[in-house]
Unconditional design. Structure first.
Length: 319
């Protein structure tokens, strides 16, 4: 049994022996690598993962996760974190205006997902910027083009023009300024090109721990497929899933949903999520069947579903 801090002055238990980690599609693919090898992994992925994803996001969390989330939220709110604010932490897939911004601009169509309107309203009510922006449209200090996980932890990458302090990491800068109760976190797409999974996991654990130290709930996302290195992506996603299990956190399994989309939900570069044909970010939050064939639309939908599920779990005032 190890005790780790979850907010400044607060602790919660972490138990490596009693956590039960389910056989998720990412873990199943990890096992398939040993049998099939990377050469046939893409075909195996299409077979294993082409199944309805809805239960991944709407099912209740395990009791241990629920209890932990409520304890984290309570401690964070006591420390001054704002319940109507979330931060975005990541690389170019996060920085792109197609991610979350349309929900702040009001250029969205919920389609059959009208039950998500309350969570949009909730996070739209809290102003995060002097210009009246919200969590949806805020330019995060902890996200930038080309970043690997270590970028959020590197003080040299902090932006003084955005108010980051000397010697302050971009992650700490974002959390100090925004005071969010939640953080949407996704790294790994760039790391996978040149870093070992051990190096990546160590940095992700630092990001998770820093987030918990602030009293913020981290919501970790798996990364989309990279067809040229599928075996690496599967191992990376397994590491992300293991972190969420270790820390009793929800898993935003974006890779699972993307796997059933055309070209794994990727754009022509086989790196970034695909967008509607017009390439207008305003259309990336249209959740009709036609538009949910695109990677960014699915990312916005699943991000909202996770935020909604976590918010309703921790906030007694949620409708």
């Amino acid at each position: 049994m190890r005790v780790h801090p979850t907010a400044r002055g607060h602790t919660t238990a972490r138990n490596h022996h009693t956590e039960i980690v389910p056989m998720t599609p990412s873990r199943l693919l990890s096992a398939l690598i040993l049998v099939l090898g990377a050469a046939t992994l893409l075909a195996a992925a299409a077979t294993v993962l082409a199944q309805p994803p809805s239960a991944v996001y709407v099912s209740p969390f395990a009791p241990a996760v629920t209890d932990n989330l409520r304890a984290l939220y309570s401690a964070g709110r006591a420390a001054g974190m704002r319940g109507g604010v979330f931060s975005k932490v990541g690389d170019s897939i996060t920085v792109n205006y197609a991610f979350m911004h349309p929900l702040g601009w009001g250029t969205f169509d919920l389609g059959a997902y009208t039950d998500l309107q309350p969570v949009i309203d909730h996070f739209h009510d809290a102003i995060t910027d002097a210009d009246g922006g919200t969590s949806f449209t805020r330019d995060s200090r902890a996200a930038d083009v080309g970043w690997s996980a270590w970028g959020a932890l590197e003080p040299a990458l902090g932006d003084p023009e955005a108010g980051c302090l000397e010697g302050e990491t971009p992650l700490d800068c974002e959390y100090r300024q925004a005071l969010p109760a939640f953080a949407l976190i996704m790294f790994g797409t760039n790391d996978a090109s040149y870093r070992s999974v051990a190096e990546f996991r160590a940095d992700m654990e630092r990001i998770v721990q820093t987030t918990l130290d602030w009293g913020i709930i981290p919501i970790l996302s798996t990364i989309p497929m990279r067809p040229e290195i599928p075996d690496v992506v599967v191992v990376y996603n397994a590491a992300i899933a293991e972190l969420t299990a270790d820390y009793r956190l929800p898993l935003w399994d974006y890779a699972y949903v993307m796997a059933s989309l055309p070209n794994f939900g990727l754009a022509r570069d086989n790196l970034h999520p695909s967008s509607p044909p017009s390439y207008r970010p305003q259309e990336a939050a249209i959740f009709t069947p036609e538009y949910l064939q695109y990677g960014y639309n699915v990312r916005n939908l699943t991000a909202l579903q996770l935020l909604d599920a976590v918010w309703r779990t921790v906030d007694p005032a949620a409708p």
